[in-house]
Structure formats: structure tokens, C-alpha cells
Design a binder for this molecule. Sequence first.
Ligand SMILES: CCCCCCCCCCC/C=C/C(=O)SCCNC(=O)CCNC(=O)[C@H](O)C(C)(C)COP(=O)(O)OP(=O)(O)OC[C@H]1O[C@@H](n2cnc3c(N)ncnc32)[C@H](O)[C@@H]1OP(=O)(O)O
Length: 313
Amino acid sequence: VRNSLISGNETIKMALTIAVGGRVWRKFFKTFPFRSNSALKRFPTCRANGRLYSTSSDVVLVRKDEESGIATVRMNNPPVNSLNPTLMVALRSCFEELEKDKTCRALILTSQKPKVFSAGLDILQLYQKSPDHVAQFWEKVQDMWLALYGSRLITMAAINGHCPAAGCLLGLACDYRIMAEGNFRIGLNETQLDLVAPFWLRQTMIDVIGYRQAEMALMIGALYPSDKALQLGLVDKLAPIEDVQTVAEEEVKNWLKIPDQARAITKMASRKPLLDELRRRKQEDIQTFRDETTRESVQKSIQQYLEKLKAKK
Ligand SMILES: CCCCCCCCCCC/C=C/C(=O)SCCNC(=O)CCNC(=O)[C@H](O)C(C)(C)COP(=O)(O)OP(=O)(O)OC[C@H]1O[C@@H](n2cnc3c(N)ncnc32)[C@H](O)[C@@H]1OP(=O)(O)O
């Protein structure tokens, strides 16, 4: 599925879409439905209206520049932006609101707290929890990823610190990654916790850095320093930590010179097969995650990992 870019029917649909001029975006969204409206209602909204705006829980801060259409989305879940249900729901809601905002053209995802972009999934949510809890948690991961990876917007990760595991998942879902120079690490270290990255996360890693490097990185659960990540193509550019945001804004401005429609259709042509595959296999993926994560041996590994994290101090 992954290798066949897009089917003949879809190509025709896209060509028609381009041909109908004024109604093009309506057709485009019909062809590539990015989200479900019913799902939107269930989540807290986060309107990006030109001033600093925070969600009801303050875990996501959004500032949109009305003139350029660039929204900066800052994760604000101290101490390490671990992805708990509140943060993931707020992020998803925020991505979906920006998607709906016709004046928004780009989003920059970053951390409010420099030095840690995100520590990945909140490990405590995976430890000694009921299978139902773990299943619901995983669905939130999937939905957040679908909203970001399937976005029509230019998406740029301004990685201003460490970026392990699901932090890296967020970065990989973006179109371009700028990372802070220095002693910060990025990668998919799931195997170190006795976890296995799901097919859609493995695939995005392969798409970004190529099969051989991705296979090796995933097997050993590698966390790379930023210069090595640049060399591998895991990130696209490095900048001093204090300049990551500015460099991201400059890069977005270059991307804004490309017509939105052609850029977004091209992006969707390459991402649609993986988006569709996860949508199709969503329940199966949730069950696998639930069953694997609640397994005794995995629980033991998570416990040891948590102890190691605590012992660091
Ligand atoms: C076929 C089989 C299918 C199986 C299906 C399984 C699929 C699984 C795929 C899952 C994909 C994603 C997985 C994940 O994301 S797991 C999370 C992995 N994350 C990490 O390994 C990062 C851990 N954290 C760190 O390395 C450091 O915290 C970090 C470098 C990010 C920052 O270091 P710093 O020194 O600044 O901060 P501290 O380490 O002192 O941490 C501060 C407190 O925060 C707690 N903490 C840190 N990370 C987490 C976390 N991820 N979740 C929860 N809590 C975290 C840490 O313990 C400190 O707490 P205390 O202050 O209370 O001690």
C-alpha cells in the first residue's frame, strides 16, 4: 500500500479538482478528508486569533500572525512536555482548529520550555493502568498524529531541545525539522523500553531517513545528537537554541512562496496511503498497543525504565 503513491481514480479526482478553479478547496477537502467534524465537537477548542491564546488547560499556547498566516504552537506541559491525554487532546484540537482557519497557512510546533521539545509519551500513563485506559490513551496518540501528519498546512518542527520517542513522532509528522545545536538528542528509542514502534511511525522514519538507517535506528532504539541527526536527514537544519524559532520562521517564509494548493495536493498525494492505512487499521493498532503494553514483561521494563529516570537525579 505504502509504495503505490496514489491510485488512478484519485489522480483523476485530483486533476478534476485542479480544473474546477473556484470550488477547488471544497473538492480538495472532499477528496482528502483531513478530520471528522463530529470528533471536533468532543474536544476543547483553541482559537488562534492573532494574540497569545491558550487552551482551557494552558498546555498548548498558540500565537498566530494574521499578516503572514503563520501560527506558532508551543507545548507547555512542564517539566518535559510529556504527552499525557490532556496535552494530546489539546494539540489535536489546536491542529484541527488551525486547519479550519482559512487564513492560516503554516504552523510551527515548538516547546515553551527550551532544552526539552518533548520527552515523548507520558510513561506513567502506560504503567499499571487498565487495558481500557491504555487503549484510550493510544487512540489519542493516533488522533493527534493523524491531525498533524494529514494537515494541509506547512508544518515545521522547531525542535528546541531533547526529542525522544513520541517527541520525535511529532517532529517526523511535520514537513521540515529545525533542531537546536548542542547536546540534545532525537530518535525513536522505543525498543529501549521494550516497546515496538507501530507500523505508521516506523514508516515515517523510513520515509524520512531511508530504509537501512531507519531499520538500524529502530532496532537499537538510537537517540542521536543533533549533528548526527542532521547527517542522517532526521532533521533538516540546525540552529543555536536561541535562534531555532527565528530560523523556523525564515524557513516558513520561503515555503510560503509556493502556492498553497499545489503544495498541499502534492503533500497529500504522498501521505494519503499511510493516513488511509492507519484509519483502516486503527482498531487493530489500538488492540496491539493495549495487549503489548499491558504484558507483564513490558510492564517490568517500563518499571525499570521509570526507576532509571528517577535515579538520574
Ligand atoms: C508489535 C508490538 C507493538 C507494541 C506497541 C507498542 C507501541 C509503542 C510505541 C510508542 C511510541 C512512543 C513511545 C514513547 O514516547 S515512550 C517515552 C519515551 N521517552 C523517553 O525515553 C524520554 C525519557 N526522558 C528523558 O530522557 C529525560 O527526561 C529528558 C532528556 C527528556 C529531559 O531530561 P531532564 O534532565 O531535563 O529532565 P528529567 O529527566 O529530570 O525529568 C524531569 C521529570 O520528568 C519525568 N519524565 C521524564 N520523561 C518522562 C516521560 N516520558 N513520561 C513521564 N515522566 C517523564 C522524570 O521522571 C522527572 O520526574 P521527577 O521530577 O518526578 O523525578
